[in-house]
Design a protein around this ligand. Structure first.
Ligand code: ADE
Ligand code: ZN
Length: 343
C-alpha cells in the first residue's frame, strides 16, 4: 500500500467521535496478563506474543470465541475502570473528543460478576477520561444475540437502576442465525424506558437483517451495515433517512468480511450519500485504534481529504450528543480543516 504522509497527518489530527467500540475489545494482551496476575487467574498462553499470534480469524465466530475467553480476566470494579482508562488514553491520543462505548453485561453476569460492579467501574473510567482529557463519552448496553430473549429482558431489568447513565441499547455477538426480530420486544421495552437503539446488522448477515433492524427494532443507528449495498432499495432508504452506519474497516479485514481494504465498501457508501463513519470495533484484536482505521483507508488512495472530513463530520452528526454539542464539535472540525489548508 502506498504511504501518504500528508493525508496521514491530516486524518490523525481530525477531531472525531468514535461510535463503535466494544470496551471488552480494547483489552490489550499486556493488560490481560496484568489483570490475570492481579486476580490470580491462569491464561492458556505463555506470553503476550503467543496470545497475539492466536489472533488470526477467518470469520466473526473465530474472534468471538477468543474475545469471550479473554474477558474472563475482568473481575472487579477496578478492572473495568482500568480497562476503560486505557482505551480513553489511546482514543484521546487519536483526537477522539467523544466516544460512545459498547459493553456486554451478559459476558460478565454469566460468570457471576455483578452488573453493578461492571457498570460502576466503566462509569468511573468515563468520568476520569473527561477530567483528564476533556473526552466525553456515553454508554451503550449490548444484548448478546446468541442468548435468548428472556436473558436480554433480565439484563434490561438489571440495568434499571442505572438508566440515567445509559444512552442506548445495542445488539452484538453471532449475527447469522440470530436475526434482529428475535429482540423486537426487548427493544420496544428499551424504547419505552427512553433509551436509544442501535444494532449490529449486515456485518455477516444479509440485507434482510438490516431491514429488520430498521423496521422491527427501530434503530437510531446501524453498526456495520456493509451488506446493505447488496440491496438498492435499502441503500435508498438509508440515504433518505440519513441513517448513520458505524463502519469498522480493520475489523472487516481481520474477520474476512472484505478481502482487502481496496475492496472495502466505505467509498461506495459515501458515493451513495450514506452517512458512514470510521470506527475501531475491537482494536486490541484487530490491529488498530480509530486513527489506524483512518490511515488504513488513506493508504488505499481511494478517499481524499474532503471525504475524511465528511467521515469525521458524520461521526458527530451520528452521535447521541445534543444539537448544541454537535454544533460546537463541528465548528472545531471546520476550523481544523480550514487551518490544514488545501490538499
Ligand atoms: N462483539 C464484539 N465485536 C463484535 C462484532 N464485530 N460483531 C458482533 N459482535 C461483536
Ligand atoms: Zn462491533
Amino acid at each position: 500500500m502506498a504511504s501518504h504522509p500528508d493525508l496521514d497527518r491530516f486524518v490523525a489530527g481530525l477531531p472525531k467521535a468514535e461510535l463503535h467500540v466494544h470496551i471488552e475489545g480494547t483489552l490489550e494482551p499486556e493488560q490481560m496478563f496484568e489483570l490475570a496476575q492481579r486476580n490470580g487467574i491462569g491464561i492458556p498462553f505463555d506470553s503476550v506474543e503467543a496470545l497475539r499470534a492466536a489472533y488470526s480469524f477467518s470469520r466473526l465466530q473465530d474472534f468471538l470465541d477468543i474475545y469471550y475467553r479473554g474477558a474472563d480476566v475482568l473481575r472487579t470494579q477496578a478492572d473495568f475502570r482500568d480497562l476503560a482508562a486505557a482505551y480513553f488514553d489511546r482514543a484521546a491520543a487519536d483526537n477522539v473528543i467523544h466516544a460512545e462505548i459498547f459493553f456486554d453485561p451478559q459476558t460478565h453476569t454469566d460468570r457471576g460478576i455483578a452488573f453493578d460492579e461492571v457498570i460502576s467501574g466503566l462509569l468511573a473510567g468515563m468520568a476520569d477520561a473527561e477530567a483528564k482529557h476533556g473526552l466525553t463519552s456515553k454508554l451503550i448496553l449490548c444484548f448478546l444475540r446468541h442468548l435468548d430473549e428472556d436473558a436480554a429482558f433480565a439484563t434490561l431489568k438489571a440495568a434499571e437502576p442505572w438508566l440515567g447513565s445509559i444512552a442506548a441499547v445495542g445488539l452484538d455477538s453471532s449475527e447469522v442465525g440470530h436475526p434482529p426480530e428475535k429482540f423486537a420486544r426487548v427493544f420496544a421495552a428499551a424504547r419505552e424506558l427512553g433509551l436509544k437503539r442501535v444494532a449490529h446488522a449486515g456485518e455477516e448477515g444479509p440485507p434482510d437483517y438490516v431491514w429488520q433492524a430498521l423496521d422491527e427494532l427501530g434503530v437510531d443507528r446501524l453498526d456495520h451495515g456493509n451488506r446493505s449495498l447488496e440491496d438498492p432499495a435499502l441503500v435508498t432508504r438509508l440515504a433518505r433517512e440519513a441513517m448513520t452506519l458505524t463502519v469498522c474497516p480493520l475489523s472487516n479485514l481481520k474477520l474476512c468480511v472484505v478481502g482487502s481494504l481496496d475492496a472495502h465498501p466505505i467509498e461506495a457508501m459515501l458515493r451513495h450519500g450514506l452517512r458512514a463513519t470510521v470506527n475501531s470495533d475491537d482494536p486490541a484484536y484487530f490491529g488498530g485504534y480509530v486513527n489506524d482505521n483512518y490511515r488504513a483507508l488513506a493508504a488505499t488512495g481511494g478517499l481524499r481529504r474532503a471525504d475524511f472530513a465528511t467521515l469525521a463530520r458524520n461521526s458527530f452528526h451520528g452521535s447521541f450528543l445534543s444539537d448544541a454539542e454537535v454544533t460546537r464539535h463541528l465548528a472545531a472540525l471546520d476550523a481544523y480543516v480550514e487551518g490544514a489548508g488545501a490538499a
